[in-house]
Design a protein around this ligand. Structure first.
Ligand SMILES: Cc1ncc(COP(=O)(O)O)c(C=O)c1O
Length: 362
């Protein structure tokens, strides 16, 4: 371990709890007294099957996933799920509707269009994605097979604070950047997917949660690796999975359960976002990007009066041990990502730095 760790505000891969990093470290030479290291263990071994089973059980407990849903740990990132969801749920020519709230939502739509009649039915693009839609702001087509949305828009810093009304259609969600960090009504969704590298662990694992309806939609003859039915027969073990990533994810959910479960994470994240948004609202020196009703708890985005000041802010923050604050080029300015593992104390350090910076430069 380095002498000290920085306050990690990076958007992902992101901060993990030190206790989890240390558990991973200890598992490398000799995993659970098997005499084999975590990276040297067969995915068909009893010990690894235990990891998968425990991971699934913890996910279901923490996120209140209905018993008859299937939890998979796949590869290819959330980006593969953009295509795979459509491929498995749609027949050629069938319709699906998308709420287009940012870069990732747009990419999901573009992949959906390669399979069927995918359509963006709401977008805030002309406003550079400051908002997510409220219920009633869009119309789902009667022929749509499902409605797809992105719970949290990592780049723009917007987030739904409600489960969107799908007008009776099955709901499909990309939850890559807020899963297990904010309230979730899993049972209202037919398909959920999330890359692990923000709230759940390392990159290289994608969690997919499928309802019986989603599995019933899978057409025959899909390429095996892209077929949810094939992947579900021996869950997460159709081929050699990312054993390392699944282990870290299992330890992350253990950490979540030891820290109050989803309710514990919500309380922790509520406190962090209150601290930061209170500071952003205190002075007109800060110019938050997201509309108030759409503010993300996970990725907070804002501008300063000039690009020179923004550059200086990032540079001085880095010198004060705060990393990852440079905003994505689509918004510019500053982005502070505050995933589950980020300690509230790190946000306190950031806010104290902001007050001092404004005093000197405002
Ligand atoms: C909301 C969201 N969806 C999808 C992706 C793409 O994920 P991946 O890199 O795992 O394909 C990201 C990446 O940051 C994201 O934030």
């Amino acid at each position: 371990m380095p002498a000290h760790r920085l306050h990690n505000f990076g958007a992902g891969p992101a901060v993990l709890p030190l206790s989890v990093v240390e558990e991973v470290q200890q598992s490398l030479p000799n995993f659970q007294n098997t005499g084999l290291g975590l990276l040297e263990l067969s995915h068909r071994s009893k010990a690894f099957q235990g990891v998968v089973d425990s991971a699934v059980a913890r996910v279901k407990r923490v996120l209140s996933v209905p018993d008859d849903y299937t939890v998979l740990f796949l590869q290819g990132g959330a980006s593969l799920q953009f295509y795979m969801t459509a491929l498995n749920l749609l027949r050629p020519g069938e319709a699906a509707d998308y709420l287009v709230t940012g870069t990732w939502a747009k990419k999901a739509l573009e992949e959906g269009k390669k399979v069927g009649d995918a359509k963006g039915i709401w977008t805030d693009a002309p406003n550079n994605f400051r908002s997510v839609p409220q219920n009633g702001a869009y119309q789902v087509r009667s022929e749509a097979v499902y409605l797809h949305y992105t719970t949290n828009n990592t780049i723009y810093g917007t987030e739904y604070h409600h489960t969107p009304d799908s007008h009776g259609k099955p709901l499909v969600a990309d939850m890559s950047s807020d899963i297990a960090g904010v309230p979730l009504e899993a049972a209202k969704h037919q398909l959920i997917y999330a890359g692990a590298q923000k709230n759940l662990g390392p990159s290289g694992v994608t969690m997919v949660i499928l309802s019986p309806w989603a599995l019933s939609r899978v057409p025959s003859g899909l390429p095996a690796m892209l077929d949810y039915a094939v992947q579900s027969k021996e869950p997460s073990l159709y081929n050699t999975p990312n054993c390392f990533g699944i282990f870290v994810l299992e330890r992350m959910f253990n950490w979540v359960e030891n820290n109050g479960g989803l309710e514990g994470m919500i309380a922790r994240n509520r406190r962090k976002q209150e601290l930061l948004y209170t500071e952003l609202d205190r002075s007109s020196f800060w110019k938050p990007h997201a509309a108030k009703d759409s503010r993300s708890w996970m990725n907070v985005t804002w501008r300063l009066p000039s690009e020179e000041l923004e550059e200086l802010f990032v540079k001085e923050a880095k010198a004060a041990d705060m990393d990852g604050l440079k905003g994505h080029r689509s918004v510019g300015g500053i982005r502070a990502s505050m995933y589950n593992a980020l300690e509230p104390a790190s946000v306190e350090v950031l806010v104290a730095f902001m007050r001092d910076f404004e005093k000197r430069k405002g």
